[in-house]
Design a protein around this ligand. Sequence first.
Ligand code: MRU
Length: 348
Amino acid sequence: MSRKHDSIRPIKWENDQLVLLDQRVLPTEERYLEFNDVKDVAKAITDMVVRGAPAIGVTAAYGVVLAARKHNPEQNKNWRRDIEQDLKILAAARPTAINLRWAIDRMRKTMSTHVSSENPLTVLLDEAKLIHQQDVEANYKLSDLAAELIQENSEVITHCNAGALATGGYGTALGVIRTAYEQDKISLVYADETRPWLQGARLTAWELQKENIPVRLVAEGAAAMLMQQQKLDWVIVGSDRIAANGDVANKIGTYSLAVNAKQHGVKVMVAAPTSTIDMNSKSGDDIPIEFRDESELLTVSGQRIAPDGVSAWNPVFDVTPAALIDAIVTERGIVENPNLKKIKTLMS
Ligand code: MRU
């Protein structure tokens, strides 16, 4: 760990296996699970043992290593063909986070270009470790850039968890907050509780408390009143997928936070690595939105809270139009008032 407030790593490769911090049981328990089978990795992504777009991407890269190992490249000359079924299952584990497909495509490229004198498993593991390391480095870089936009004594609000837990380490939105806090620019972080999975209450509050960064929880329904009653400087969030025109898909509730911010003159920052930008999605309309089981809304800790027979609508992401976003910050640079032309220039 090379920075202050940087003690959390949710994904590890240890003893030739993938190790994930189980985010379903935080903050009550810090439990690590071991994975040797790519199908179990895909299920862990679907079940949200690991979540957050960049973390899903890094996990999938290690999942490709496990898939390759299963198909025994040393003895099976058709391993590249045989692995495809597993890669399809992995890619389908969650639909919105583009980092998942991005990481698998990058591993595919490594599979197809490695020279036959090298051991494919070593080459693939090195590439997965590089994807992991580059994700952390991108977070350091974008956090340094973003901190320059933040004035001293700022109070900010974040939504969901875009922290170390959601990435290879350090975080995007929480990376910005870590760096700006270290520079004495942030005095308080409000964390939206983030219904229904409570990423804010369970994960962001845990992560910031662990790093001794002052955090206060709010129900997301309280965010508008918070903005009305006192000065908030920034909304800082991450993203699961940014379209070519700057529309941003992120955890459900981000859109209403951005609408509230516009009404109250609070600026909106989206912090994300360029691996989250999908130039094939022209606008937010092209981004597939994940819907999850209605039980996430109808129950709390396994206990039903709504009357029997009542159903629920549970989209877990929404799209914030580019017009509501003041800055998208990536490791390659800052895009203010994003639009197609500016995003194209960033990505070229
Ligand atoms: O459903 P989740 O918990 O995977 O949703 C995560 C988010 O919405 C994050 O804000 C996003 O992935 C960015 S993480 C750096």
